[in-house]
Design a protein around this ligand. Structure first.
Ligand code: FES
Ligand SMILES: [Fe+2]
Length: 530
């Protein structure tokens, strides 16, 4: 739908002031935890129990692994005091643990026996093995695969198999602070699993009051209110791009007609777009820019720590993009589209329904549209960030931005300078991983397919179908060989059926191989985009 939405942006009419105001208002209220917390708690299940068990507290050592809660500074964004999406719920297999990174912290995620998603540091307290390689036990604890230590959702060690015959030693060890792993608050909201990356007691306290960054209506029961609801499916991809560079890119609508020509823009229709910061919106919570994209007008906004919103009044769609700092040189991207039924547009209802139907075939939507959009610029960003680093991240000196279209990029950079402080995964001195080849940057399997329920199933289906088609082709060939061995003429009516079957199977194998490649890697060559 993003593709359709962006195409409509180019052709559409001016924005509606009501939607415009709504964007501005949403940004402001987001920083009022009480107002939004009420909305958030209606649909979200937040895991905010205290992290100390009585038994552990009684030991005098406490169950909370050492953690530092950052000192508050009102004008500097507190990166560790906010919720971040770490996974799409429908893609997270509840039968096994999952590995991810957030703000440079390795995390193991799993669903416990009470049905709560849990997040702990992915590092066993025994000898540092990754807990995400472990097993979810029947009692809901996470068992380390190396020596079998078990941990609950609060990070406390509950069982050490090697001390099975010494109950006292078992109790002492499990009550020791040193046997604990850091545990982080989690909640499920708007189809995503969110983590607040502060394992301290203060972090768990904050979890009950800080709302997730989303359009409030989407957090209502059923994910819909006031005519606003999600349209189509969630998409996520790990991207080998530094967090601030990806944020800068996602807040830059001027690149759409060029980097995404033919996918969500047209390079031949650039007529002088512009983005202008609404100066009164710039603050620690983010900012709003007015955007004119070759005619249509709307807003593009940044809602720290991760949400970028595109709203154009002539369209009933709002584009939500989440940009999450995962680890140095890597970000995770999430996108979704919101339908605002209150906005009247020229797009006929049946057309909207058809697009929704197609976009709900997730694997098809992902390989034919979502991947293509990211493939248009990921490699350029991967190279750009290294060149900027060579200039000590001095964007003012390294970039030359004379056009009004650069307004939102300047605003983004200003926000990071004035409010970002030490941006996790991008702090001065953090080294980027070595530059990757274009093939590695654009590979799809590890960045998306293996983590996407529908794409991984589609890939398995394609591979099975390929084997069946190949088997059919071999059978058809064997029939022809048997006829030849038996001395029967090959150019006979009886040979037509096996020959045709062989040709069809061969063609099918070729088509399926091409489809399989869509889940693995597809090159993106701008010169070839006519
Ligand atoms: S490293 Fe986890 S139990 Fe030994
Ligand atoms: Fe997918």
């Amino acid at each position: 739908m993003q593709q359709l939405a962006q195409r409509r942006v180019v052709k559409g009419a001016p924005r509606s002031p009501a939607v415009h105001r709504a964007t501005h208002g949403a940004l402001r209220v987001t920083r009022k935890p009480v107002a939004l917390a009420a909305a958030a708690t209606t649909a979200a299940t937040t895991v905010v129990e205290p992290v100390q068990t009585d038994a552990v507290a009684a030991s005098g050592e406490g169950a909370v692994a050492p953690a530092v809660s950052p000192a508050p500074a009102s004008n500097t964004f507190q990166w560790h005091s906010e919720w971040y999406p770490v996974g799409i719920i429908e893609d997270l297999d509840p039968r096994r643990p999952h590995a991810t990174h957030l703000l440079g912290i390795p995390l193991a995620l799993w669903k416990d026996a009470q049905g709560q998603w849990r997040a702990v540091e992915d590092r066993c307290s025994h000898r540092l093995a990754p807990l995400s390689e472990g097993r979810v036990e029947k009692d809901g604890t996470l068992q380390c695969a190396y020596h079998g230590w078990q941990f609950d959702g609060r990070g406390a060690c509950t069982h050490i198999p090697q001390l099975r015959n010494d109950e006292k030693a078992q109790q002492v060890a499990c009550a020791s602070r040193r046997s604990c792993v850091r545990a982080y608050p989690t909640q499920v909201a708007h189809g995503l699993l969110w983590v607040l990356p502060d394992s301290s007691a203060a972090g768990w306290e904050k979890a009950g009051t800080v709302p997730v960054t989303a359009i409030p209506e989407l957090l209502a029961p059923g994910g819909s209110a006031n005519g606003r609801s999600q349209f189509g499916n969630w998409y996520a991809r790990d991207m080998p791009v530094r967090f601030d560079i990806l944020a800068e890119n996602l807040l830059d609508p001027a690149h759409l007609p060029f980097a995404h020509h033919g996918v969500m823009g047209n390079r031949n229709k650039e007529q002088g777009s512009s983005t202008t910061l609404r100066t009164d919106t710039m603050g620690v919570a983010g900012f709003v820019c007015d955007a004119k994209l070759n005619g249509p007008e709307g807003t593009v906004s940044w809602q720290a720590p991760s949400l970028i919103k595109y709203e154009f009044g002539s369209l009933p769609f709002i584009t939500l993009l989440y940009c999450v700092p995962a680890k140095p040189g890597w970000s995770r991207f999430y996108s979704a589209t919101v339908l605002d039924a209150n906005v009247k547009s020229a797009i006929p209802g049946p057309a909207i329904a058809l697009v929704k139907l197609i976009s709900n075939i997730r694997w098809f939507d992902h390989v034919t549209r979502r991947h293509l959009i990211l493939d248009g610029d990921t490699y350029m960003l991967h190279v750009q960030e290294r060149l900027l680093l060579e200039k000590n991240n001095d964007w003012r000196g390294a970039y030359y931005m004379p056009a009004p279209a650069d307004g939102s990029v300047v605003a983004t950079r200003r926000w990071f300078d004035e409010h970002g402080g030490a941006v996790p995964t991008c702090e001065p001195g953090v080294q980027l991983p070595p530059q990757m080849s274009k093939e590695a940057v654009l590979e799809r399997y590890h960045q998306h397919t293996k983590n996407c329920k529908d794409c991984s199933q589609a890939l398995r289906n394609v591979e099975t179908a390929t084997w069946l088609a190949a088997g059919g082709g071999v059978l058809a060939a064997l029939v022809l060989v048997a006829r030849a061995v038996a001395g029967l003429p090959l150019l006979a009516p009886e040979s037509v059926a096996p020959a045709l079957a062989g040709a069809v199977c061969g063609g099918l194998v070729a088509v399926l191989q091409a489809l399989r490649q869509q889940f693995i890697f597809v090159d993106y060559v701008h010169q070839d985009k006519k």
